[in-house]
Design a protein around this ligand. Structure first.
Ligand code: 13P
Length: 261
């Protein structure tokens, strides 16, 4: 069975001290569960102190970004090589990076390759914007993002990638429309179908696909129960310890009550 993954993308919020306080509170509230993996993605400056503070049985860390080269004269950048002792995952291709920092399909592809070169697991974000959905382009957009991002990987590597389906229109930054579970189910099915076509059914069955877009403690269970959905990548609600631990609780209850297909 694929393990449920609940990941908090703290974006550009919380300084080192505030991050430390949040981890402390989350640690008190969140219980370990073998079938649920909880991942925290603070800002770059908080990663190092947090890597020393966290209970590694409870949490894993993710970076929100890294540069595609391993070393060199790239002022202001941090490489995957520099992060590999600190984190397990790196978020790649988030729509805020694609849109605000003009990250192209090829940049995302090179970052995914850099993550594997350094033994890190990408959380690859993909998703269409509102216009693309309204123009019936959703499948084409997802197809292009998947094909390019995974281009340099072996099937074994693809099986380890975590894909976060984050429709841009559902992310609070870009509108935060509440997506219907049926819409998410269709997209997740399509993502797995694409992976099956490119890398075979076994890889498609192994790859974890998350939903990411305005999930909170009230809506989490409805999204987590979507067939084929292996967890959530959470933005705003992840910096509120009641909401984030409530989302982990929702996953816990879903597994205990056996309502996940
Ligand atoms: P919100 O949960 O704030 O809508 O953000 C989702 C997101 O971007 C997760 O990466």
């Amino acid at each position: 069975m694929r393990r449920i993954l609940i990941a908090g993308n703290w974006k550009m919020h919380l300084n080192v001290q505030q991050s430390s306080l949040l981890v402390h509170r989350l640690s008190e509230r969140i219980k370990t569960h073998n079938d649920i993996e909880v991942v925290l993605s603070p800002s770059l400056v908080s990663l190092q102190p947090m890597s020393l503070e966290i209970d590694r049985r409870k949490f894993r860390l993710a970076a929100q970004n890294a540069y595609l080269k391993d070393e060199g004269a790239y002022t202001g950048e941090v490489s995957f090589t520099m992060l590999k002792e600190l984190v397990h995952y790196v978020i790649i291709g988030h729509s805020e990076r694609r849109i605000y920092f003009c990250e192209s399909l090829e940049t995302v592809r090179d970052k995914v390759a850099a993550a594997f070169r350094n033994g890190l697991t990408p959380i690859l974000c993909i998703g269409e914007n509102k216009e693309e959905r309204e123009d019936g382009m959703t499948k084409q957009v997802l197809h292009d993002q998947i094909v390019t991002a995974l281009y340099n990987l072996t099937a074994e590597e693809v099986a380890k990638v975590v894909i976060a389906y984050e429709p841009v229109w559902a992310i609070s930054t870009f509108g935060g429309e509440l997506a219907k579970p049926a819409q998410i189910e269709t997209a997740i099915k399509f993502i797995r179908h694409q992976i099956a076509q490119l890398y075979g059914q076994r890889v498609a069955d192994e790859v974890r696909v998350l939903y990411g877009g305005s999930v909170d403690d009230q809506t989490a269970r409805g999204y987590l129960e979507i067939p084929g959905c292996d967890g959530a990548l959470i933005g705003g609600a992840s910096i509120n310890y009641m909401k984030f631990s409530g989302i982990v609780d929702a996953a816990y209850r879903m597994l205990r009550e056996g309502t996940k297909e």
